[in-house]
Ligand binder design. Structure first.
Ligand code: B12
Ligand SMILES: *[C@@H]1O[C@H](CO)[C@@H](O)[C@H](O)[C@H]1NC(C)=O
Ligand SMILES: *[C@@H]1O[C@H](CO)[C@@H](O)[C@H](O)[C@H]1NC(C)=O
Ligand SMILES: *[C@@H]1O[C@H](CO)[C@@H](O)[C@H](O)[C@H]1NC(C)=O
Length: 145
């Protein structure tokens, strides 16, 4: 119990630090609009297995990626994931739909964001990233060199 709470505290501190540089966070937040639902889409791609599945969903604004993925998994969709906690950087996405990245094979699930036609690579993990309205998060099974 105590240990779990300390891990969570460590993660939220990490996320706070990671999010600080983004504009707008310095201003007073009155929580107005927090109950608003937003549409987002999670896409799972794996070029090697010719897989490309999308999971559209609606969630309250401000839900981090970790919450989005738990929601998809719990809402009985054809989706599952596993993660591990890294003491330095928070939550690491280990596997999606039964397929795990591997140190030995140099594979991992890359996190990308697509807004309109622009695709960018996330610079934080699933614990810290908060997707915005109409965003498409792509989890791409890929290799590193
Ligand atoms: C190498 C590396 C990777 C490798 C790790 C495998 C390998 N080759 O060993 C790969 C390519 C898999 C990787 C992936 C990602 N990474 Co990386 N990675 C690094 C890097 C350059 C070095 C880590 C290292 O070896 N440290 C030394 C060892 C001894 O310490 P360690 O704690 O055991 O290292 C482990 C963790 O760092 C972990 N790890 C690596 N990246 C990430 C990211 C997250 C969010 C978590 C929780 C853990 C984690 O893998 C290491 C080996 O097990 C760091 C930069 C840095 N200066 O730390 C970035 C860094 C940790 N990664 C980062 C990011 C953002 C990612 C990705 C989210 C990128 C993406 N958009 O997909 C993904 C993770 C996605 C997921 N599945 O959750 C950020 C984290 C920032 C933050 N505050 O959250 C860093 C700090 C780079 C940066 N400045 O942007 N990464
Ligand atoms: C469920 O996911 C698997 C991949 O994990 C896919 O092959 C299958 O087509 C999916 N089924 C449905 C109904 O979407
Ligand atoms: C590494 O890749 C091989 C070939 O694709 C696969 O059979 C094996 O399960 C992978 N190992 C791990 C640990 O993922
Ligand atoms: C996803 O991974 C594949 C395989 O490594 C790569 O060719 C492709 O460019 C990646 N997709 C994106 C959007 O980066």
């Amino acid at each position: 119990m105590q240990a779990a709470r300390m891990v969570l505290t460590a993660i939220s501190l990490l996320c706070f630090a990671a999010l600080l540089p983004s504009p707008g966070l310095g201003k007073q937040d009155d929580h107005s609009g927090d109950l608003k639902q937003m549409y987002i889409k999670v896409t799972v791609t794996n070029k090697f297995a010719n897989m490309d599945i999308s999971y559209p969903t609606s969630l309250s604004k401000g839900t981090p990626m970790f919450g989005v993925l738990n929601h998809l998994q719990d809402s009985n969709k054809n989706f599952s994931f596993t993660y591990s906690i890294n003491k330095g950087h928070g939550i690491y996405l280990e596997s999606v739909n039964g397929l795990a990245g591997s140190m030995a094979n140099h594979t991992y699930w890359e996190l990308l964001s697509k807004k309109g036609d622009d695709i960018s690579r996330l610079n934080v993990g699933i614990g810290c990233y908060q997707p915005g309205k109409d965003e498409n998060i792509i989890m791409n099974f890929t290799t590193w060199v």
